[in-house]
Design a protein around this ligand. Structure first.
Ligand code: HEC
Length: 129
């Protein structure tokens, strides 16, 4: 026969444990949310502006022929650089912008395009998908 008071102590102990776990879970969720919000607010303003603009695939096609076709081919079929016909299935717009304006993978050069020109270029890349 167990002593009723010791069972009560055990039960209270268990719920304190549960409350601790819940508090830890809630705290970590809040920390993750705050970090996520901070990261979102620090997003590159160039990328934000570009993504907020509506691009023209026609103008983008011209920009592509002048700047990109030399390496990626006139119909984006791939030459020195890879085929870009289905690039927007592989990469999201943010990744494409980073590739073009930050030049993360030489020999592809860094391009300094106005956000509108970048938006046009993205519209073009979507249109050849
Ligand atoms: C001097 C040659 C050159 C020019 C000009 C060039 N690129 Fe590239 N590009 C490359 C090469 C080479 C790669 C592959 C880099 C790697 O990942 O090794 C590449 C990769 C890319 C990728 C990533 C493809 C993928 O599948 O990951 C994109 C997107 C891209 N280029 C877009 C452009 C656009 C848009 C332009 C014009 C504004 C441009 N490039 C101009 C050479 C070039």
């Amino acid at each position: 026969m167990s002593d009723p008071s010791s069972t009560t102590v055990k039960k209270v102990g268990n719920s304190i444990g549960l409350i601790r776990v819940l508090i830890i879970l809630a705290t970590s969720t809040i920390i993750i949310l705050v970090l996520w919000a901070l990261k979102a607010s620090q997003q590159d303003p160039y990328i934000q502006t570009t993504l907020s603009l509506k691009g023209s695939a026609d103008k983008g096609s011209r920009i592509f022929r002048i700047n990109c076709a030399g390496c990626h081919g006139i119909t984006a079929q791939g030459l020195v650089g890879p085929n870009l016909r289905e690039v927007s299935k592989r990469l999201n717009d943010k990744q494409i912008i980073n590739q073009v304006v930050k030049g993360r993978t030489p020999p592809m050069p860094i391009f300094e395009l106005e956000p509108q020109a970048m938006a046009d270029l993205i519209a073009h890349l979507h249109s050849i998908n």
